[in-house]
Structure formats: C-alpha cells, structure tokens
Design a binder for this molecule. Structure first.
Ligand code: ADP
Length: 386
C-alpha cells in the first residue's frame, strides 16, 4: 500500500527540543511527515513492537539509556529501521561511532533547520534501503556460491568415482574376463586335445573368474546404492553369536589356503536383538577377508564380539602388513588403496561400502594400524530390541 507520509519516531526526553523539531517539520510543505514522540527508550521499544515507522530520530542522552547503547538496543530490535542520531554538542567522534554501530546519519541539535532535517531523513531512509538491497544481494551471492561449491564438490566426487570405476573395469574386470575368454576358446576349439583333468581345471578357472566378476559387480552396485543414499536397514531377530561363528567358518576355508587361523572370541552371552543380516554379513565378511588378504601366511586373526551396555563391538585384529599412517584417513573413500598393497589385488571399494553399511546400521567404524605390526578394526553398533 502506498503511503503518503513519512512515519517518524522521535525519541527525545527534552520537551522543548521535541517541540522545536515538530515545528521545523511543519514548516516543510512539499512532503508530509507524521511524527510520534516518546521520551524514554523503553517507550520507544514498546512502540516499535506494534507500530510501523520509516525512520527514528534518536537523542543520545535519554533518562533510561545513555549514548551509543541506545543505538545498539534499537538496531537489535529493529535492524532494518534507519536511525538519525541527535547530538547536543559538536561531538563528531560520538556521532561517527553511532554511525559505525548502525545509525545512518547524525544531526547536531542546535544546527538543525528544515533543509538539513528533511535531507537527513530522506538520506537515512535511502541509505538503509540501499544497504538492505546490498545485504540481500550479498546473501543471495553467498547462497549461490555455496550451492555452486556443493555442486562442484559433488561433480568432483562423481568424477573421482567415474575414473575409479573406469580403472577398475579396465584392470580388475579385464583380468577375469580375459580368463573367461581364453578358457571358453580353449574348450570350444581344442576340446578334442584336452584331457578330462585339464577340462575340469579350465571349468574351475571359468567359475572362479565369473565369481570374481560377479563380486566386482556387486561391489559397484553397493557403491551406487551407498552414493544415492538408498541403503536401508531390514531388522530381524537373530542370534548374533551363531551368525558370527557361521561367517568365521565360511572365511576359515579361505584363510586355510594361507594357513591362517581365525580365533573367534565371544566374551559374554548376548541378548536376542535385531540386526540386518545381509548388512552384518557384508561388514564382517569384508573386514575378515581384508584381514586374511593383508596377513602373512601362518599367522592368526582375532575376532572378538563384545557386548556392552547398549552396544556391540566387533573387533577384528590381524598381525599383517599394516597401513601407512598417511593412508588411514582416506581408506573409507572409494578406490583408495594404501601405497603398500600394489602387489595384492583389490579394488579399494570394500571399506567404503563397509562404512556405509555400518552407518546404515547406526554404528561407526574405527581403524588403527601400524606398518609391519598389523591392524585393528572396530565396528560399534547400538543394540536394537524389537
Ligand atoms: P581393497 O582391499 O579391495 O583394496 P578395501 O576398501 O577393502 O579395498 O581396503 C582399502 C585399503 O585399505 C586396502 O587397499 C588396503 O590398503 C587397506 N587395508 C584394509 N584392510 C587392511 C588390513 N587388514 N591390513 C592392511 N591394509 C588394509
């Protein structure tokens, strides 16, 4: 709604000064002003709560507030309202300080005339508008920069994921694929020359390579799920100790090939609780597989299941090659592999997926390691009872 008068709140305790200002404004014909006068800061704050004003004329010596603190109090309550400070003396320093703290202009009472007053009021209103526009533009700029930065980070992450996937497909996927093609060709073209034993061996190679490719694809799909945030927790009641024992038994078969013994310790009886079996299988199989993969032959792996008050700790310790300290902070990033594993095959995806599975289960993962001494991974997940 268009207003035809400028609404002024005058905060002045001296009635003579207030009367004088009213007279000065009355003498100005071109534009009409409407003036509300209060003589205390507290009264002004009350008025500001319920009435609309375009500008405030503020005396800096009030009975209930002195000097610059009046400016600060008003700016706090009405940050977008222009303030013109009225000073008694020619105290430029005080007036300038008032402007620094949020006032738009200042006037020296004894030097006020109609032109000076009207100019100052208009100037204060315009200056406040301009700084408001500037503030909004600034805010929108900051928001735009933040959005662009977030987009850039996302794009960079996607780029990293893409180049990781690209190198994974060109190396890790190509090797088993080459095996599949070579075995299939031999079985097709040279079948008549092959002994039964050789054929069985080729079929074994084919199965192994296909399984390898299928595992790689599973990992890529899990990374995709983790990245799009679609991982979910499907809880069912289960006996955690038996599940862990079962996973240990399955992995012991792989560990046997390196004469590694997995020692499973379940310290206390666990209450029946709810778990996502597939997430848990993924977490523990992956961590135990890593412990086997990065352990030396003829060694041991210790897997402890520790029930605490409200949570379960899964602690897997190996005495393998360990991880350089510089790599530890990056191990949960997709495709990151430590610099001491060049000769050991892997994709660098396992831990990124494990972390996501642990977080989906509202838990957290921690990794400690020292090169040549081994690694300890602890996963802590809160109990859920249904
Ligand atoms: P991958 O084993 O396929 O390379 P992971 O994501 O499972 O991928 O592990 C990331 C990296 O963390 C590994 O490449 C390896 O450098 C390091 N790592 C993980 N677990 C262990 C471990 N138990 N001992 C030594 N290094 C490990």
């Amino acid at each position: 709604m268009a207003k035809n008068s400028v609404e002024i709140l005058l905060i002045e305790d001296d009635p003579a000064e207030a009367r004088l200002l009213k007279e000065v404004l009355k003498s100005f014909n071109l534009q009409s002003f409407s003036l509300v006068h209060v003589n205390r800061l507290q009264a002004a704050l009350e008025k500001l709560k319920c009435d609309y004003f375009d500008v405030i004329l503020l005396d800096l010596t009030l009975p209930d507030s002195q000097g610059l603190s009046s400016v600060e109090t008003i700016v706090d309550q009405a940050p977008n309202l222009p303030i013109v400070v009225l000073t008694n003396t020619n105290d430029d320093n005080l007036a300038i300080e008032a402007v620094r703290r949020g006032a738009q202009d200042y006037l020296i009472k004894r030097k006020i005339n109609v032109e000076v007053l009207v100019r100052s009021i208009k100037y204060a209103i315009e200056r406040q508008r301009a700084s408001e526009i500037l503030r909004e533009a600034n805010e929108s700029l900051v928001n735009q920069i933040q959005t662009k930065t977030d987009e850039l980070i996302k794009v960079r992450e996607i780029d990293r994921l893409k180049s990781g996937l690209f190198s994974m497909f060109s190396h890790d996927f190509r090797n088993p694929l080459t095996t599949v093609l070579a075995c299939a060709e031999l079985l097709q073209k040279k079948s008549h020359l092959l002994t039964e034993e050789k054929k069985v061996h080729l079929f074994d190679l084919l199965r192994g390579a296909s399984k390898n490719m299928s595992q790689l694809l599973d990992e890529v799909l899990l990374v995709g799920r983790a990245d799009s945030g679609t991982s979910k927790c499907n809880l069912v009641n289960l006996d955690l100790t038996s599940l862990c024992r079962q996973i240990v038994d399955e992995l012991q078969i792989i560990a046997d090939k390196k004469q590694i013994e997995i020692i499973f310790i379940s310290q206390n009886t666990l209450p029946e609780s709810s778990w996502d079996e597939s997430l848990l299988r993924h977490i523990l199989s992956n961590l135990l597989s890593n412990a086997i993969k990065y352990s030396l032959d003829n060694s041991q792996i210790k897997f402890e299941l520790i029930a605490e008050d409200k949570q379960v700790v899964f602690r897997i310790q190996d005495w393998g090659i360990g991880i350089p300290q510089a790599d530890i902070p990056h191990l949960f990033e997709p495709f990151h592999r430590a610099n001491n594993v060049e000769r050991i095959p892997g994709t660098g995806l396992g831990l990124a997926i494990v972390k996501n599975c642990v977080e989906t289960h509202r838990g957290y993962i921690n990794l400690e390691s020292e090169v040549g001494l081994g690694s300890i991974v602890t996963v802590t997940i809160p109990f859920t009872f249904s």
